[in-house]
Design a protein around this ligand. Structure first.
Ligand SMILES: NC(=O)c1ccc[n+]([C@@H]2O[C@H](COP(=O)([O-])OP(=O)(O)OC[C@H]3O[C@@H](n4cnc5c(N)ncnc54)[C@H](OP(=O)(O)O)[C@@H]3O)[C@@H](O)[C@H]2O)c1
Length: 252
């Protein structure tokens, strides 16, 4: 389906791989200039930047840790200097410690919260400090672990619950100034992130078997929903978390 947002400018955090990469490419297909953020691995980020430019829109490569406010400030200064403004922010970068609760330390917990939840605050603050043309849209990428208990997922699940709550509070406070803030919560997607799960194969098989849609969620499924939320078709969707899981979470 053809959804176009020509002339818009977006930052997608953690867009060198996996779901973030798919979101960046989907936005570029819709005519959006996309700033690619990565932290550790420059090579894949450069490849995404080339793929974006091949679609006839601009790409900007931004190295930075979203959990470090100084890095976030620097990324937005670069966007201001190069592009002048921004209309779309996709907060997708995430990490986290996967351990049973008995082995989780407070350090693990804070580290996970800082990247997955707290980072959204300075990202949005800097985002709304930039000029824009028309309305602004923020989309945060969450997971079913915000609502459900998943083995080894306590820290990440709690961080995603905090993220979804922050989305609602930001939406309520920023809505009157023309900023829409929503989240997309994905079911299991086969990306590099799953390699860190000790039970990856079992997770994938179980997700596939239990999903009413009959297949796993792909990065493109998530990206399509993010694009939709950035368009005027979603103009009255505010502060929501849209679940993209092929129906997995509706089953008892
Ligand atoms: N995969 C799933 O099953 C699934 C399900 C539901 C929701 N999600 C959510 O979807 C999002 C993307 O997940 P994914 O599976 O695509 O992850 P992924 O394949 O592990 O990719 C993570 C991306 O985030 C970047 N990143 C990591 N830490 C960062 C930091 N501190 N600052 C900036 N960038 C950072 C990585 O860049 P570098 O390589 O340079 O570090 C990479 O581009 C996350 O929010 C995740 O929680 C995933």
């Amino acid at each position: 389906m053809e959804l176009r947002l020509p002339g818009k400018r977006a930052l997608v955090t953690g867009s060198s791989r996996g779901i973030g990469r798919a979101i960046a490419l989907r936005l570029a297909d819709a005519g959006v200039d996309v700033a690619i953020n990565f932290f550790r691995h420059r090579g894949p980020a450069e490849e995404v930047a080339h793929e974006i430019e091949a679609r006839g829109v601009r790409a900007l490569l931004l190295k930075g840790n979203v959990a470090d406010e100084a890095h976030v400030n620097r990324m937005f200064e670069e966007i201001r200097a190069r592009w002048g403004g921004l209309e779309i922010l996709v907060s997708n970068a995430a990490s986290g410690v996967l351990k049973p609760v008995n082995h989780l330390t407070l350090h693990h917990f804070h580290w996970t919260m800082d990247i997955n939840a707290a980072a959204l605050l300075p990202l949005v603050q800097r985002f709304i400090g930039l000029p824009c043309e028309g309305q602004r849209s923020v989309v945060a990428v969450s997971s079913l672990g915000a609502l459900r208990a998943i083995p080894n997922y306590a820290a990440v699940g709690a961080s995603k619950a905090a993220l979804e709550s922050l989305v609602r509070h930001l939406a309520a406070e920023l809505g009157p100034s023309g900023v829409r803030v929503n989240a997309v919560s994905a079911g299991t997607v086969d990306t590099d992130a799953l390699k860190h799960f000790p039970n990856r194969e079992q997770l994938l098989a179980e997700a596939c078997r239990r999903t009413p849609a009959g297949r796993l969620v792909t990065p493109q499924d998530v990206a399509n929903t993010v694009l939709f939320l950035c368009t005027d078709l979603a103009i009255m969707i505010q502060g929501q978390t849209l679940i993209v899981d092929g129906g997995y979470s509706i089953l008892a």
